[in-house]
Design a protein around this ligand. Sequence first.
Ligand SMILES: *Cc1c(COP(=O)(O)O)cnc(C)c1O
Ligand SMILES: [Zn+2]
Length: 437
Amino acid sequence: MNGLGDVAKRSISLRHDIRDDGGFFVVEALRCKECGKRYPLEARFSCEECWGPLEVAYDFSDLDAESVRRKIQAGPASIWRYADFLPFETRPRSALPTGMTPLVRADRLAERLGIRELWVKNDAANPTHSFKDRVVSVAIPKAQELGFEVVACASTGNLANAVAAHAAAAGLQSYVFVPADLEEQKILATGVYGTRLVAVRGNYDAVNRLCTQLSGERDWAFVNVNVRPYYAEGSKTVAFEVAEQLGFEAPDRVVVPIASGSLFTKIARGFEEWREVGLLDDAVPVMNGAQAEGCSPVAQAYEAERDVCQPVKPDTIAKSLAIGDPADGPYAVELARRSGGGIDAVTDDEIREGIRLLAETTGIFTETAGGVTTAVLRKLAERGDIDPDERVVLVITGEGLKTLDAVRGSFAVHEIDATTSSFEETLGLDHAAAGAV
Ligand SMILES: *Cc1c(COP(=O)(O)O)cnc(C)c1O
Ligand SMILES: [Zn+2]
C-alpha cells in the first residue's frame, strides 16, 4: 500500500551509523522534510512517522571552500566535479557524461525584452538532450550501489529517454512507463535503447500511481519513486554549473520550469549549499517558476496564496511539465515566496511564441518546456518585475527536436521551381544580374 516493500528495507552502510540518541555520526542520511526524522541511506522515499518526503542530508562543516573549489576545478568535465555535494562515497563511473552544458550570454534576447544581462543555461546539450540526464546520472549508480538489477521510471517523456539510455550504458535492464499519448519523437528516442517501453492508457499522474504501486511489489529501483531522494540531488548541479560558469557568483534571478517542482527547489538548494560552504557570497537568487496554463497547479496555489496544490487534469502541449499532482509543489510555492520570486503560467500559444523567440534570438531550439520558461521570462520583463541591473539566468531544460509539432506551421516554406526567376518572384526579390555582388 505504502509503496515501501522489501526494497525499502534494503540499506547500505557507508560512513554512517545510527547513534543511541537517533542522530547520525555522519555526513549523509535521509531526512524527512516535514518532521526531520532521519533514516539510513536506503531505497526509501517517505517518512514512516508522518509520510513526508525524504531528502538527502549532508554535513558540510568539514569542507573548506578553497580546497573544494580547487577540487572542482581539477575535476572531470561532468557533474562528477561536484561529487562532494552528491550522495556518494566514491565518485561513480558513468559511461554517458552528463553536465557542463553551455551557459551562453543572450544579448539579443535581452535587448528584445529590455533586460541588461541575460544568460541561457542550455541543458538540451546533455547526452539525451534534457536536464533529466542529471537526475538519472545520480539515481542509476545509486540504485546499483543499493544492489538493484532493474531500473524503472514513471516519465513525462524526457525521463524515459534518460533512464533507457543510462540503463543501456550501465548494462542494466530497464522498464520505462509513459503516458500513451506522449510525443512520438520521445517514444522513438526511448525505445531505441532496448528498454521495455510501457505506454499506459492514462495521464502522467496515473502512470506515477501505477509505478508507486509497482515499487512496493517489485525489487526494482524506480528512479523517481523509491530512489527519488537521490534522483532529486542531480538537479542541484544546474546551480553549481551556473555559479561556476559565472566565476563563482550567483545570478540575481533564475527562471525555471516546474513539473513536480523538484528541479526548481533543488536549484535553489544548490546555491544555498555553496553559500553555506563559502563558495558563494551572494544571496540565493530570486526564483521564478514557470508552468503551462493547461497544467498549472503550482502557479494556481501561488496565485491563491495557498500552501498546498489542488490537483488538476493536464491539458497542454507542454507534456514534459504535465504533472497534475506535483510532489514538490508546496515546497516550490514556499521557495517562490521566500526568494521574492513567483510562479507564472502561460498559454499554449505563448509557449509556441516562446520557442520561436528563443530560437530567433539565440539559435537555441527548445522543446515546449523551454517555450514555457521563455514565455514566462517575457511576461516578467513586460510586467516590469525585472530590475534593470539584474543578472538573469533562463534555464532551458530540453531539446526542440523532441516536440517538433509545437513549431509546425509557425513559419513559411517558400517552394519554388529550380529557376532564378521563380526564386525571385516567390520571395519578392529584385532581379539580380549575373556577376552582380
Ligand atoms: C522533467 C522536466 C522538467 C521539470 O521537472 P521537475 O519534475 O519539476 O523536476 C522541466 N523540463 C523538462 C524538459 C523536463 O523533462
Ligand atoms: Zn516525517
